[in-house]
Design a protein around this ligand. Structure first.
Ligand SMILES: Nc1nc2c(ncn2[C@@H]2O[C@H](COP(=O)(O)OP(=O)(O)OP(=O)(O)O)[C@@H](O)[C@H]2O)c(=O)[nH]1
Ligand SMILES: [Mg+2]
Length: 308
């Protein structure tokens, strides 16, 4: 009957899709591409995403609530353990899990074996395999890779995409929107994340540090937005503290005559101005706090928990 067909076509769908993978697979890039806007920071370095980040995408009649997660790996340090825990706990809320793989990386099959075992051990359902970075791969190699990965785990579907240039992402979005449970949308139709702007601003500065500092410093850095003032003329004044763990790291971050921190601040301010659509003053201060990775308060701020 045409009438009921019309009704079902218009039924709203809504659900959670967790995006998991080993570090650097392209999880955050995919979430941003699906949302159509940057909600999660991206870098060439591993362990960029540190907490669960929500990105809300609309496709057809569905609200796809994406959970970007930190990469899953054999964590040793306290912060790493908290990050991996955040990624693993996203399994529970998800209607679908996207297991994304950097197909151009060395030994993708071997490097994802432990994660496939975790999926099996946790009896994860509705897992979709997404082979990413196909812009850098030959098709024949991709088919062999698909076969090997599907032999090792029972995926519900496989997609080949480039999260960077968008190739194949529309097919993935169509699959998700067609298969999420029926239900009313949980967020306003123009909401793209649940992250407060203060946190987003801190993340943007952290991304610029990842971009501009080439030593190991990024892993020792924690950015906190200390204050945020809105002025009558529409402009905004934000002040942030960048915590590092050692005096020597502070020196690297500041650079010669403060040149590095200036460049980081400028890049962050320019991006913030684009997002806020208004004149933005950004002040950054660098402080040494040796044990910031052991302080529960710093974890809670980002929705993480200090591992016991
Ligand atoms: N060539 C190519 N590069 C990509 C693609 N997707 C992501 N990248 C790059 O891969 C790197 C890592 O991307 P992210 O999105 O930060 O990866 P991630 O999985 O979120 O990384 P972590 O948060 O550190 O676990 C960045 O340099 C991206 O630009 C793609 O489809 N093609
Ligand atoms: Mg990420």
């Amino acid at each position: 009957m045409p009438e009921s067909k019309e009704t079902s076509k218009n039924t709203q769908r809504c659900g959670y899709v967790s995006v998991i993978g080993i570090p650097n697979a392209g999880k955050s890039t995919l979430v941003n591409t699906l949302v159509g806007s940057k909600v999660s920071i991206v870098s060439r370095k591993v362990q960029t995403t540190r907490s669960r980040i929500l990105g809300i995408a609309l496709h057809a009649n569905a609200q796809i609530i994406l959970i970007d997660t930190p990469g899953i790996f054999k964590a040793k340090k306290t912060l790493e353990k908290a990050m991996v825990n955040a990624a693993l706990s996203s399994f529970e809320e998800a209607d679908f899990i996207i297991h994304i793989i950097d197909s151009k990386a060395k030994n993708p099959v071997e490097n994802n074996r432990a994660l496939q075992k975790t999926l099996k051990d946790r009896n994860a359902q509705n897992v979709i395999l997404v082979l990413n970075k196909i812009d850098k791969m030959e098709k024949t190699k991709l088919l062999a890779l698909t076969q090997e990965l599907n032999d090792a785990f029972s995926y519900k579907a496989t997609f080949m995409i480039s999260a960077l240039n968008g190739k194949g992402v529309e097919d993935l979005a169509a699959y998700l929107s067609g298969n999420l449970p029926e239900g009313v949308w949980m967020y306003d139709q123009d909401q793209i994340t649940d992250m407060p702007m203060r946190l987003m601003a801190a993340e943007i500065t952290r991304e610029k540090i990842y971009d501009l500092i080439h030593q190991e410093i990024p892993y020792s850095v924690f950015v906190k937005t200390e204050s945020w003032e809105n002025f009558d003329n529409g402009s905004v004044k934000i002040s942030q503290v960048i915590y590092v763990q050692k005096e020597s790291q502070k020196g690297i971050l500041l650079g010669k005559g403060g040149a590095k921190i200036k460049a980081i601040g400028r890049a962050a301010r320019e991006e913030l101005e684009g997002i806020l659509g208004t004149r933005t003053h950004l002040k950054t201060y660098v402080r040494v706090q040796e044990n910031w990775t052991e302080c529960a308060e710093n974890y809670e701020m980002f929705g993480l928990h200090l591992p016991v």
